[in-house]
Design a binder for this molecule. Structure first.
Ligand code: FEO
Ligand code: CA
Ligand code: CA
Ligand code: CA
Length: 598
């Protein structure tokens, strides 16, 4: 009972114990429902889901596979309804098709996979008495954007020779978005979507730049290059330069063409999180999720306008085209730089230090300027990783989500893990990445100079070092470790209305399933971390949204366990025994209708 009443506001629930149930497990007194799942029809004319007879045409009108990022936007004029936007990061064909042969995928299977990637928008309706949410099929704002939908390249690299292909000699129109992991919601009512591990879709890379982005030199596992030559870089070398961006989507305009913003750089964008300067300019944080890669900030030069007219909307959709892209360099100020297992932080008693945002390039209405010697501005925006290498940015332990607190302005940078830290030939632990063979990940807390989002300097400190709290090399912002839940591999984060940070995990290495956790960031209970839910076998927890009366999570890749197939599944969530496993969005609420965690 003490865990319920004694906790920080918003975290007053009995924590869910680590477990391996093939279910979404929530605290006592909470209810849940599946809002929408892979294959549910959302567009007019889309058929009911039939996994034995799936077609690309059906899939293009149905909710896609592997939901990751979620946004929930207001829908003025429609009572008890909101607009849900989701990423469909990737497909897992062995769990989708009964007869899938990885060596010989059929055209039909590949085209279904194209249609199951991308973005989805679907209107959802609230139950008036609980937090239950249900999808509204055939609503005019429901959309699917897939690997073959039209997208526009905008910003300083749009139209550059580096982006031209035989199908698109303008370098401005791309088919599809791929591997959208997490994202963000803008203050002007659009959503952002990070194209993350796009390298896996492209075959026969041969350039040093391809290598730096992880593009292989032979055929891909997915073998899409057999069905569309643009995925074969030997035939269409620039096609890969058209992926790896932040995508902006206007879900309120059912005819909008989403944009890929080159000014935010090209790398494995985990997400993109927006805040505004005091004078109304956008600042966007984005991590590059790779071992020893970097995190970035874009500071726009144009001010957001208010209002709903077409001219205002068009103006705001251009905000991310002009500004400066920076990469982070962190410096510690302590004598020691590795957690030593004593349970105490060494050196000056804290893992902390200062940092600078190093400018890489600036885009203006009249052209772009590079700040990196030996690279043009276009090269900086297309080969951003190489620019950041030259600039001397700090190599991090896989930067995932980055989220500023709406209450304090402090910025939380999630580093999910890096088991190669400290291996021979690799960078050793440093103060900002203080654990060699970092299995469980950590979270940094940044304070921008004078707490201004556009500052080019910052202070940082360690907020959380994940793992089993009994492990002395863990740290929970100083909170007593006998009163926190174990946590491993933090990934996406969100703030609740009280200022607590909610953390979803991906790849728990403590032997139990992934889940969702809330942690206090302020006050006497800062560092108090409690597990709110766990997800089914093989799944990662994504897209957390924490509202007053509802928590939303995307259960991604349930059943994804080595060797599992449709015939021999590791999970049958959410529909139960005998049914195909389906990634899905889940809403959780208090059974008594009161606020979450109060
Ligand atoms: Fe798709 Fe970095 O997680
Ligand atoms: Ca220090
Ligand atoms: Ca992620
Ligand atoms: Ca991840």
């Amino acid at each position: 009972a003490s865990s319920r009443t004694g906790a920080a506001r918003g975290l007053r629930f009995a924590p869910v114990a680590p477990n391996t149930a093939d279910a979404v497990t929530v605290p006592d007194g909470y209810g849940q429902n599946v809002v929408i799942r892979w294959g549910d029809p959302i567009l007019r004319g889309a058929p009911a889901f039939d996994p034995e007879n799936q077609t690309a045409a059906a899939q293009a009108g149905q909710f896609g596979y592997n939901n990751d990022f979620l946004a929930l936007l207001p829908l003025p004029g429609e009572r008890h309804r909101q607009l849900l936007v989701a990423n469909h990061e990737y497909t897992d064909e062995v769990l989708m098709f009964r007869d899938y042969d990885p060596e010989n995928p059929t055209r039909q299977q590949v085209e279904v996979a194209w249609a199951a990637h991308g973005l989805g928008a679907v209107v959802v309706e609230e139950d008036r008495h609980t937090g239950r949410l249900t999808a509204v099929p055939r609503h005019p704002l429901n959309r699917r954007l897939t690997a073959t939908s039209e997208f526009r390249l905008t910003g300083p690299a749009a139209g550059s020779d580096l982006l031209k292909t035989s199908a698109d000699p303008t370098g401005r129109t791309v088919l599809g978005t791929l591997n959208n992991c997490s994202g963000g919601t803008t203050p002007w009512g659009t959503t952002l979507h990070g194209e993350e591990n796009f390298n896996q879709y492209f075959a026969n890379g041969s350039r040093a730049t391809d290598k730096r982005y992880g593009i292989g030199t032979s055929g891909t596992g997915r073998k899409w290059e057999r069905f569309d030559r643009r995925f074969d870089l030997a035939q269409e070398p620039n096609e890969a330069h058209r992926f790896g961006y932040v995508v902006e989507f206007d879900p309120y305009d059912p005819h909008s063409t989403p944009r890929k913003h080159t000014a935010l750089g090209r790398f494995k964008h985990e997400a993109a999180t927006v805040r505004l300067t005091d004078d109304g300019r956008p600042v966007v944080y984005s991590g590059d999720d790779e071992r020893f890669d970097y995190f970035y900030k874009f500071v726009g030069s144009k001010r957001m306008r208010h209002g709903g007219s077409r001219a205002v909307r068009e103006h705001n959709l251009s905000l991310l085209d002009e500004g400066t892209l920076y990469v982070a360099k962190l410096t510690g100020d302590s004598p020691a730089s590795e957690i030593d297992g004593s349970g105490k932080l060494p050196g000056d008693g804290e893992f902390d230090g200062s940092g600078t945002w190093i400018p890489l390039a600036t885009a203006t209405a009249h052209g772009a300027v590079s700040h990196v010697e030996g690279m043009s501005a276009e090269e900086v925006f297309v080969f951003t990783r190489l620019a950041a290498d030259k600039a001397g940015a700090t190599k991090m332990d896989r930067p995932e989500d980055i989220q500023p607190s709406p209450h304090t302005g402090k910025v939380y940078v999630v580093l999910t893990n890096n088991t190669k830290r400290g291996l021979s030939g690799q960078a050793p632990a440093d103060e900002a990445n203080p654990r060699n063979a970092n299995k469980h990940g950590h979270i940094l807390e940044l304070t921008e100079g004078r707490n201004r989002p556009e500052s080019t300097v910052f202070a940082w400190s360690l907020f959380l070092v994940a793992g089993d709290p009994a492990d002395p090399a863990t740290y929970f912002a100083g909170f007593p470790k006998d009163r926190v839940s174990p946590i491993s591999c933090p990934d996406n984060v969100a703030f609740d209305p009280h200022g607590n940070l909610w953390i979803s995990t991906d790849g728990n290495r403590l032997g139990s399933h992934d889940g969702l956790f809330g942690v206090a960031t302020r006050g006497e209970r800062r560092g108090e971390l409690k597990q709110f839910l766990t997800v089914p076998t093989g799944a990662e927890t994504c897209g957390p949204i924490v509202q007053d009366r509802r928590v939303l999570v995307a259960v991604q890749h349930p059943g994804e366990v080595d060797g599992a197939t449709v015939e021999a599944p590791a999970s049958t969530w959410p529909d139960g025994p005998g049914k195909i496993v389906r990634p899905a969005v889940v809403a959780v609420w208090r059974a008594d209708g009161r606020d979450i965690g109060m």
